[in-house]
Design a protein around this ligand. Structure first.
Ligand SMILES: Nc1ncnc2c1ncn2[C@@H]1O[C@H](COP(=O)(O)OP(=O)(O)OP(=O)(O)O)[C@@H](O)[C@H]1O
Ligand SMILES: [Mg+2]
Length: 250
């Protein structure tokens, strides 16, 4: 696979207020491989997504979208590349003052490439895909948590990205909500989208990804498949997996 079909971090260092969040962090998201970055709360998972999107500037190291190193570039110089990536933010980040339809169509409307008719068509198509077309004219405050997440996914899909980042997409949902989101992610993958999820929810991770990266104390402690993770002897990985060991509860 060529480097034009991937998003990468090389030797990335990032700190906030004197605390090192990432140290010499290497990460590679190839097109077609669905990955999850795992780590405890506060480990720096959301920060990684922001760095990959160029929303934060690293202390050192580089981020590449395809062949372009975006580190140090003004935003306008990598907008084209960034449009290949969409993100579903941790809290959904919907605009409260806009309807569901306006939220989903917002980016297309801003871009001004499509007619109003075509935007409306795209909005409905994406809402149908996530199964909440009936909410078209509702406001975010009128939606359940699971619906909000699905609307946020529809909004991410509106611009037809190649890569979709998911920040804790199932946190706070009931089992049916979790199933719906996992199912949606699998359908997107079947359509050729590449997904990168960050989460501490192992069940969602194992249901939707093939490769796993474990972030611990600013470093990548593990990288591999589910099978490799389950047979890992790294103490911190074992500790992270422990809550899934049912024998502990009997
Ligand atoms: N704007 C900020 N100012 C100060 N500290 C911050 C800021 N953003 C993040 N942090 C700190 O950086 C660390 C990493 O934050 P981040 O949000 O990336 O963690 P996370 O792994 O996504 O956590 P969670 O699982 O709770 O979402 C945390 O300790 C957090 O408190
Ligand atoms: Mg987070």
């Amino acid at each position: 696979m060529s480097s034009s079909d991937s998003i990468r971090m090389e030797k990335l260092c990032y700190s906030i207020g004197g605390r090192q969040i990432l140290k010499d962090f290497d990460f590679h998201l190839e097109r077609g491989v669905n990955r999850t970055i795992l780590g405890v709360s506060g480990a720096g998972k959301t920060t990684i997504l922001k760095l990959l999107l160029g929303l934060l500037e690293p202390d050192s190291g580089k981020v590449f979208i395809g062949n372009l190193c975006i580190t140090g570039l003004p935003e306008a110089n990598f907008m084209q590349q960034r449009k290949r990536i969409a993100i579903v933010f941790q809290g959904g980040a919907l605009f409260d003052s806009m309807t569901v339809g306006e939220n989903v169509g917002y980016r297309l409307f801003e871009e001004g490439r499509l007619s109003q008719d075509d935007i409306e068509k795209t909005v409905l198509e994406k809402l149908r895909f996530v199964g909440v077309e009936a909410a078209l004219n509702l406001y975010p405050a009128e939606l359940s948590g699971g619906m909000k997440k699905r609307v946020a996914i529809a909004r991410a899909l509106a611009a037809d990205p190649d890569y979709i980042f998911f920040d804790e997409p199932t946190t706070g949902l009931d089992p049916i909500g979790v199933y719906n989101i996992c199912n949606l992610m699998q359908r997107l993958q079947a359509e050729g989208k590449t997904t990168l999820m960050v989460t501490h929810d192992l069940a969602t991770a194992f249901a939707t990804s093939q490769r796993f990266t474990f972030l611990h104390k600013a470093r990548m402690l593990f990288e591999g498949s589910e099978r490799e993770m389950n047979s890992s002897r790294i103490p911190e990985v074992l500790e992270f997996l422990k809550p899934t060991d049912r024998s502990l509860f009997i």
